[in-house]
Design a protein around this ligand. Structure first.
Ligand SMILES: Cc1cc2nc3c(=O)[nH]c(=O)nc-3n(C[C@H](O)[C@H](O)[C@H](O)COP(=O)(O)OP(=O)(O)OC[C@H]3O[C@@H](n4cnc5c(N)ncnc54)[C@H](O)[C@@H]3O)c2cc1C
Length: 658
């Protein structure tokens, strides 16, 4: 990395020296973890060659009998106005806002399709013990104002989040619009009818043949999430492990005992359990495993930075008088949290959320910062910019490491649990139980010094020349990341998408690079909108991102719908000029993301791929196009507000078709 001094001094200060040493340490630690195969070191469970591993991707929560007994909400050959892919918080919020805007009120106006067995997305699939949202529930849980629901605690549990998805479905009558166990396979725009032809395959459970359906839709809206498809490292011999094994995204309570509501993991009593991975999920699940397993082995490649949580029940009085006390409180609170995340606290406003997220100004390296303006940092100032970020991060990253020493008694274990990378390189974690777990006599940290596990055997896992025999293996190894393929929506969705003239969306991305207007739509693929961070902006609170994207999409659709009549429907496309103009805006910001390139490998930097210099200018441009808006969510939101107020919807072309 470049010099960590941003002042012309002859004698470096103690802080300068510390930053210099730290940057050396960070570089060394990242180097231990870089691998030539990058993301290819992982395989998606659903695509595993070995059946034993492939079945680990199956939805354990789906109730096939109940769903088979219901009338299908989607009919083969049916025509619908809005087909929303994804029934997580994103798809649900989109549906709610379309209903509220008055554009989806007819019986065939709206259908929500999901591969899994019900509403909830992330919170349907993930039900591991200890699961909580890591962002304050008052800002994270969508539609709290509209539902009037008061979360039980500052950070809601997985079951409470799933229950909330059900609450939303009930309040907005979505239950009869959700089509589950249904994978969208292809979406082809038909130039003759100006409709999307969509192929869906519905799985109906063991022993039942799956059902293929073809439907038409005026709009194809994708809310396919960011961390959906569980993956695991390609460890030789993994499939041969004979004991029970499962991924945290498909927790197997038949092995562990207990339930998502009641973490009494009695099935682990007397067992040797291994958990592979120490990311955001493992931080929550490990303390629960430690309470029940006879011996728990925690296999670590890269430690997480674990900050304090201070979970507490919601005080109903505080809720009434200080939190949910006025109209518009939730969006205001989201903006307030975001202002701290982007290192630009709003003057005159108190810190409403006031938790560890609000103490990490350098997280703005990844979510943007208004202070860094539009053009800055220019390429020649990248070194200076990154140095400033390191300085900004120092107190926080140091406090995280000091916290390990304060809590973990064994000095060797404490040293191995310290995170040696800047705060913005991995999703920070917050937990008051994780670090103390390593003081328990039955818990053993198996640090692999950045290398990962060497192999698996029938009995356990091998690190270096030591085999660790285990009875139960928990894969806490994450998901396919959102930046893979430069955010190519076709690959992200695993749907074959063809636009005008049969053009492939994947091919468009490959040849042209990321191409959108405002991050929500792409030219040549009319009436298709997506919720994605590529070429837009994101927040650590994903619900805030969803609100901002959805408000924009629903506004554009509503304006277009004003032009439609009983006999014609609206057709919205992005102009090539609009798209290229936006790519220019995004590319101006691209240098900003140099801070991620030097990070230890992880899903945010494509497992290190961002650190590799593109081999040609063409590739360099494509890389630059796949960035995000870098001056933070507030500025992005204001830009979109101003754009909508101006009223011309420049860059979109609206027509009608009979
Ligand atoms: C364990 C975990 C914890 C998290 N905690 C937080 C948190 O605390 N705060 C935060 O801000 N974010 C968190 N996130 C990120 C989280 O994913 C988002 O906050 C949010 O829930 C995403 O909602 P979504 O609807 O966009 O996507 P998802 O909830 O991921 O839903 C997308 C849905 O699309 C479906 N789908 C995808 N492709 C297809 C297809 N081809 N056909 C049919 N269906 C398809 C999937 O099955 C899935 O159900 C967490 C993620 C995970 C995995």
């Amino acid at each position: 990395m470049a010099s960590t001094t941003d002042r012309a001094t002859t004698t470096p200060s103690a802080e300068d020296l510390k930053l210099y040493e730290l940057s050396q340490k960070y570089t060394e630690e990242a180097a231990k973890r870089f691998r030539a195969d990058g993301s290819a070191q992982f395989f998606e469970l659903q695509d595993a060659e070995a059946e034993r591993l492939r079945t680990l991707a199956e939805d354990p929560w789906v109730d096939h009998a109940a769903l088979n007994a219901q009338d299908s909400p989607v009919k083969d050959g049916g025509r619908y106005k809005f087909l929303v892919l994804g029934a997580g918080f994103g798809g649900m919020l989109l549906a709610v806002r379309l209903i509220e805007a008055g554009v989806a009120s007819g019986p065939n106006d709206l259908r929500i399709i999901d591969k899994v067995g019900g509403f909830g997305g992330t919170w349907w699939s993930n039900r591991y013990p200890g699961l909580h949202c890591d962002v304050e529930s008052y800002t994270y849980m969508p539609l709290l104002e509209e539902t009037g629901y008061m979360p039980k605690s500052k950070y809601a549990s997985g079951p409470e989040l799933l229950e909330h998805a059900g609450r939303i479905a009930t309040q907005w009558n979505l239950h009869d619009k959700g089509f589950f166990r249904a994978a969208v396979k292809s979406a082809h725009w038909d130039d003759a009818t100006s409709l999307w032809n969509i192929q869906i395959v519905e799985s109906r459970g063991p022993g039942e043949p799956s059902r293929a359906l073809r439907v038409q839709a005026e709009y194809f809206l994708t809310a396919s999430g960011v961390l959906v498809r569980p993956h695991a490292p390609n460890i030789p011999g993994l499939a041969s492990f004979t004991g029970p094994m499962f991924h945290t995204a498909r927790w197997d309570y038949s092995v562990t005992g207990g339930s998502p509501q009641e973490s009494r993991l009695t099935g682990l009593e007397g067992k040797r359990v291994g958990i592979m991975g120490t990311g955001a999920t493992a931080i929550q699940a490990t303390p629960q495993l430690a309470k029940w397993a006879k011996e728990l082995y925690v296999f670590q490649r890269t430690p997480s930075a674990v900050h304090y949580r201070a979970q507490r029940p919601t005080d109903p009085e505080e809720w009434k008088t200080k939190i949910a006390y006025k109209k518009g409180w939730q969006r205001e609170r989201m903006a307030n949290l975001n202002s701290y995340l982007t290192n630009a606290p709003i003057k005159g406003q108190e810190n409403m959320v006031n938790d560890a997220w609000t103490e990490m100004p350098a997280f703005s390296a990844i979510v943007g910062c208004p202070k860094w303006g539009f053009i800055e940092p220019t390429p020649e100032k990248i070194g200076e910019h990154v140095a400033k970020l390191y300085r900004l991060d120092l107190p926080h990253s140091e406090s995280g490491r000091a916290r390990v020493d304060q809590i973990v008694k064994d000095p060797e274990t404490a040293a191995q649990l310290k995170a040696w990378y800047p705060t913005w390189c991995k999703r920070p974690t917050f937990n008051d139980e994780y670090l103390p777990t390593f003081n328990l006599p039955n818990v053993h940290l198996v640090d692999t010094a950045g290398k990962g596990i060497d192999s698996a055997t029938e009995q356990g896992l091998v690190v270096g020349d030591k085999e660790y025999p285990i009875d139960v293996l928990v894969l806490s190894t994450g998901y396919r990341g959102p930046v893979e393929g430069d955010g190519n929506p076709e690959a992200q969705l695993q749907v074959e998408i063809r636009g005008r003239g049969g053009r492939s969306l994947g091919e468009k991305w490959k040849t042209q690079g990321a191409s959108t207007l405002h991050g929500v739509a792409t030219s040549g693929f009319p009436n298709m909108f997506f919720l994605s961070p590529t070429q837009s902006c994101s927040s650590a609170n994903f619900t805030q991102s969803l609100e901002v994207w959805i408000e924009h999409i629903v506004h554009i659709i509503s304006k277009a719908e004003e032009k439609a009549s009983e006999r014609s429907h609206a057709v919205i496309d992005v102009t090539s000029e609009g798209e290229e103009g936006w790519a220019g805006v995004i590319m101006q910001h691209a240098a900003f993301f140099a801070s991620i390139a030097g990070c230890t490998p992880g899903y945010l930097n494509g497992e290190g791929a961002f650190a590799q210099m593109p081999t040609s200018q063409e590739e360099m441009i494509k890389k630059a196009r796949s960035g995000i808006w870098s001056s933070g969510m507030a500025a992005y939101e204001k830009f979109l507000d101003d754009y909508r107020s101006e009223g011309s919807l420049k860059g979109f072309e609206i027509a009608t078709a009979a």
